[in-house]
Write a protein that binds this ligand. Structure first.
Ligand SMILES: [Zn+2]
Ligand SMILES: [Zn+2]
Length: 125
């Protein structure tokens, strides 16, 4: 069955959202801000239309952190799950985190960003 939207939720289940397809591109971002926020090697995102992003449950649990003048990072204040990154300069797009999608994201990841900051402790292929 072909889906026309993506569904996601945070770790505690308090926040649920949906996002309309298409995904313009998906990326792994290795910038140091993504590493800090995710506590991981990268932030992994699907870039979708901002207008198609709907928080279905738990909007009051989402805190947004302005990590720079350009971007805001949304997360669940109960469990800490990172949910999205959005640009203050292009509000027509929003980047939702691949790890919060259910079922698992089955598209391809086309882009790797800030590969010069990729940590050396990642497994080597
Ligand atoms: Zn949560
Ligand atoms: Zn990043």
């Amino acid at each position: 069955m072909k889906q026309d939207e993506l569904h996601g939720s945070c770790l505690c289940g308090g926040v649920r959202y949906r996002a309309a397809l298409p995904v313009f591109h998906a990326s792994h971002c290795y910038c140091t801000m993504c590493q800090k926020q995710h506590g991981a090697a990268a932030g992994s995102y699907a870039n979708v239309a901002g207008a198609g992003f709907v928080v279905e449950q738990g909007a009051e649990l989402i805190t947004e952190y302005a990590s720079s003048a350009e971007g805001r990072r949304g997360f669940c204040r109960v469990c800490g799950s990172t949910l999205f990154w959005r640009s203050t300069q292009s509000p027509d797009r929003i980047a939702i985190t691949l790890g919060t999608l259910e079922p698992e994201y089955d598209g391809i990841v086309q882009r790797e960003l800030f590969v010069d900051q990729k940590p050396a402790w990642l497994p080597h292929a």
